[in-house]
Design a protein around this ligand. Structure first.
Ligand code: SAH
Length: 228
């Protein structure tokens, strides 16, 4: 039953990828991204009473006022990171760990920062139990990134920011990509891809309108200014 629901979710992701191609420039997601989406048991990441909705192409509440992201957006953001197998990645906004689990199948190591202590604890336990041993969940404010393990080959932020956090930009390796929702934290944001070139210059593009829960942590007024 769950297997066929997961197949249906993959078909929906393929369809939505084609439908949004005009905005994203992505006609089809890389096969390895689709394989990772096919492999991760999303029902293990949602509350028990929502398991029958686990493969719907929609976000779901996971408690603490937080959500598990929509499968299509998880797949698209994973694709946009353009990961390589030896990459070390940073995720800001670990939540239930679903995005990190998907990404963990494509890279060698992920540090995933989650600000809510109970969520960080539960997610550590869940990922260990399910065998995603290359994800290290850390509790803290991901605005500051993870300087002790920087630079990263890619950084993904799964909570809305009103500007690109400078520490994250700085912790990106030349050639690396930062994928994040930038805009009004309480309504709609633009999914952005920033690429750091070999000369450390940044090239960015807007991909798609999205709606993420806000990045919290009280740094919103201390930023370097809005992304344009
Ligand atoms: N990546 C998740 C979705 C996470 S929802 C998935 O796979 O489904 C966004 C998460 O970001 C929430 O769990 C929220 O608690 C967390 N968050 C918000 N502000 C944060 C911050 N400053 N640092 C780290 N995590 C933060």
């Amino acid at each position: 039953m769950l297997r066929s629901e997961r197949q249906e979710m993959l078909r929906t992701i393929e369809m939505e990828t084609r439908m949004t191609q005009g905005f994203t420039g992505v006609a089809a997601l890389r096969p390895e991204v689709m394989e990772a989406m096919a492999s991760v048991p999303r029902q293990e990441f949602v509350p028990a009473h929502l398991r029958h909705h686990a493969y719907a192409n929609s976000p779901l509440p996971i408690g603490n006022g937080q959500t598990i992201s929509q499968p299509f957006i998880v797949a698209l953001m994973t694709d946009l990171l353009c990961s390589e197998p030896n990459d070390v990645m940073l995720e800001v906004g670990g939540g239930c760990g679903y995005q990190a689990a998907v990404l963990s199948l494509l890279v060698s190591k992920i540090y995933s920062i989650e600000i809510i202590p109970s969520l960080a604890r539960a997610t550590t336990h869940r990922l260990q139990k399910l065998g995603y041993h290359n994800v290290e969940v850390r509790q803290g404010d991901g605005y500051h990134g993870c300087p002790e393990h920087a630079p990263f080959d890619g950084i993904i932020v799964t909570a809305a920011v009103s500007f690109v956090p400078r520490p994250l930009q700085e912790q990106l390796r030349p050639g690396g990509r930062l994928v994040l929702p930038v805009g009004s934290p309480h309504s709609v944001q633009e999914l952005m891809v920033l690429e750091k070139k070999k000369d450390n210059s940044i090239v960015s593009r807007n991909v798609l309108s999205v709606a993420f829960v806000p990045l919290t942590g009280g740094h919103e007024n201390s930023g370097p200014g809005r992304a344009s």
